[in-house]
Design a protein around this ligand. Sequence first.
Ligand code: AMP
Length: 175
Amino acid sequence: MNAAELSSLIRDIPDFPKPGVGFKDITPVLAHPTALGSIIDLLAEPYAEAGITVVAGIEARGFVLATPVARALNAGFIPLRKPGKLPYETVSESYELEYGIDSLEAHIDAAGQGDRVLIVDDVIATGGTAAAAVSLLGQLGATVVGLAVFIELAFLDGRSALAEGTALHAVLTYD
Ligand code: AMP
């Protein structure tokens, strides 16, 4: 299935979870027997020769995509989670939301020097979450090779929130 066909399966939900947000509901894409495999192939393809050792998924929809991408790249999977969810010692990175602040955590031994990490999420909007994920992996001493997302909401300019040199690969881009 190509990108245009995948796009037709995404459900737009206006004003969710709050007024003014156009939510991209990817559950119909995940539920489709061939679409799911196509997303994973399209996410992983550019990194086939990149020597990725670990794929980091951002809670929660990022987990669903990151694990099969890790398998496709013969890499491991690590979760980047909301605060208080991980059982072992963690490192943490805070980021600003429209209203307030949130953070992401990783286990201190999830990745380290020598690891080449690909970060995966479903959507990049303002880029705050992705930027925090990059910083978190930096705290662990790992090299972030790139960030792969299914959907980029380019009109929110998430790319500019990422540090210079962090390569972004989006399967679908909405201008
Ligand atoms: P941001 O930090 O603004 O780039 O937001 C990215 C995170 O929020 C991702 O983990 C997405 O799952 C979620 N997200 C933000 N905006 C949307 C949207 N319009 N549709 C679906 N998910 C979104």
